[in-house]
Design a protein around this ligand. Structure first.
Ligand code: DX5
Ligand code: ZN
Length: 215
């Protein structure tokens, strides 16, 4: 299981140190939650923060855009150092945004909110590199995982296998050591973990507890 700590759950006044700490603790990716106060009821960080964090780790930055207008920000996040960028399937007019992400040579992800049916991603499967299955309503770290959202993973995998195009599935929201076996059992390849890592006294142990799950 690949683990991407979400740095919004870290100490926002010491983000460089937090990124170095999760790197040393064995993280696979750094997850950056970007919120616009419109698509979700919260504000977080922008491309300037990513640009300044980029030199603090060799790990890939996994940028999750919770924005009503993601298309306006692709270039800025690519130039700041994003390795992959997820946009939400609930946002209208995805075609030009996915095209721009591809043109800029970074991996594209498609995120689905808990109420969104898995079938909504079908038209885009040929154009994205990973899926981000949300297991909380986006906006805040520290919420409880909504188990029903995991039920989307097996049919998604079956559908992709039938198409012969199997892309990684990442689970985001409320992931912790108590539910990681269930998440792995549903078929997730990667998880985001905010509070499970940053609210733990030992980042290495917290990451290992998720990474070493057996499904
Ligand atoms: C929710 C974000 C998540 C969240 C993860 O809007 O997309 O990435 O910060 O934090 P935890 O693991 O605490 O739910
Ligand atoms: Zn996220």
């Amino acid at each position: 299981m690949r683990v991407a700590p979400s740095i919004i759950a870290g100490d926002q006044a010491r983000l460089g140190a937090e990124v170095r700490a999760i790197t040393e603790a064995g993280a696979d990716l750094v997850h950056l939650d970007v919120m616009d106060g419109h698509f979700v009821p919260n504000l977080t960080l922008g491309p300037g923060v990513l640009k300044d964090l980029r030199p603090h780790t060799p790990l890939p930055f996994d940028v999750h855009l919770m924005l009503s207008n993601p298309g306006g920000f692709i270039d800025a996040f690519v130039e700041a150092g994003a390795s992959r960028i997820a946009i939400h399937v609930e946002v209208p007019d995805l075609d030009p945004v996915l095209r721009r992400i591809a043109e800029r040579g970074v991996q594209a992800g498609l995120a689905l909110n808990p109420p969104t049916p898995w079938q909504d991603v079908i038209p885009w499967l040929g154009r994205v590199d990973f899926l981000l299955v949300m297991t909380v309503h986006p906006g805040f770290y520290g919420q409880a995982l909504i188990p029903d959202a995991l039920d989307k993973i097996p049919p998604l995998k079956q559908h992709m296998d039938a198409l012969g195009r199997r892309i990684p599935i990442m689970v985001d929201g409320g992931v912790d050591p108590r539910n990681i076996a269930r998440i792995a059992g549903a078929g997730a390849d990667e998880v985001v973990a905010g509070s499970a890592v940053f609210r733990s006294p030992d980042y290495r142990e917290a990451i290992a507890a998720l990474r070493e799950v057996r499904s």
